[in-house]
Design a protein around this ligand. Structure first.
Ligand code: R5P
Length: 290
């Protein structure tokens, strides 16, 4: 087995190869310094994958990383790999898994259809909605990325875990059960793409160290408002932990009231403090029976 990392997931691919004790294939991402003048992507595998069971790791965000994923699949297949598992740590475009209005594309389906053309199986991490996986016609599995966040939070003396809304409550429950502390959820109402409202709810937060957990922090609106709410309710510390730290635009500035921000390496960023590699490695070992 060998691991190939796309440029959106180099750190996680390295960790995964280490976890699995298999080689990491070296990849070149530019033919010339500065890349092609028109901005098109390029990949070249610098180690052989002939006859190998290859695990390709690439988050599908931002858009150019999707093209790079297809280029890597092409190269891996063409160089004679015996098998290709596509690990998509953050499945960008996975949130639209159905058509809400006539004429809309189902983005999760569009990506799934293309990814599966050159993959034998797929592993995602903490996918926003598991229904998106139904668009794959090859074996696919979603692994939870919450255990590494829980292990980190256990060391931060957190008293209660909160989800910002009911949809995220299974995540809060999973983390709280690992830590062995209580959990609850707030009631969020989305106003627009950048702002949310949190309905008044009596959560016992006075004097406590609270961790808000969610799958994605995008604009930071959800966590910023939840933090404000918890501080008004007397929380001593508010930590914000997410799987996929997109942090678009000025999201990190909006989170200045948080005492600590934690994310995983599904999207490597300055707040990445834990790796989901052990969870992916476990799924791969179970699949190949080692
Ligand atoms: C929503 O369904 C997700 O679980 C997150 O709560 C959401 O993506 C966070 O977005 P933002 O950071 O823009 O409030």
């Amino acid at each position: 087995m060998k691991v190939v990392g796309g440029s959106a997931s180099t750190s996680l691919a390295k960790e995964l190869a280490r976890e699995l004790s298999v080689p990491l294939v070296e990849v070149r991402f530019q033919k010339f310094p500065g890349g092609f003048p028109d901005g098109e992507g390029y990949v070249q595998l610098l180690d052989s994958v002939r006859g190998d069971d290859v695990v390709l790791v690439q988050t599908t965000h931002p858009d150019e990383k999707i093209i790079e994923l297809f280029l890597l699949q092409d190269a891996i297949r063409d160089e004679g790999a015996s098998r290709l598992t596509a690990v998509i740590p953050y499945f960008g475009y996975g949130r639209q898994d159905k058509k809400f209005e006539i004429g809309e594309a189902v983005s999760a389906r569009a990506l799934a259809r293309h990814i599966q053309l050159q993959s034998d199986d797929v592993i995602t991490v903490g996918i926003h909605n598991k229904k998106a996986l139904e668009h794959f016609q090859i074996p696919c599995e979603n692994v939870s990325g919450m255990p590494p966040l829980a292990r980190y939070l256990r060391g931060r003396n957190v008293n209660i875990i909160l989800a910002p809304d009911e949809n995220a409550s299974p995540l809060a429950k999973e983390v709280a059960e690992i830590i062995g502390c209580p959990w609850d959820f707030l009631e969020k109402e989305r106003v627009d793409n950048f702002s949310v409202k949190i309905a008044p709810k009596n959560v016992e937060a006075r004097g406590l160290s609270v961790a808000i957990v969610d799958d994605i922090i995008s604009t930071g609106g959800t966590v910023a408002v939840a933090t404000e709410h918890l501080k008004v309710m007397g929380a001593r510390r508010v930590l914000a932990a997410c799987l996929h730290g997109l942090f678009v635009a000025n999201a990190l500035d909006r989170l200045s009231e948080c005492d600590e921000i934690i994310s995983t390496d599904t999207i490597f960023n300055p707040t990445t403090k834990v790796s989901v590699a052990p969870e992916i490695a476990r799924a791969i070992r179970e699949r190949v029976g080692v």
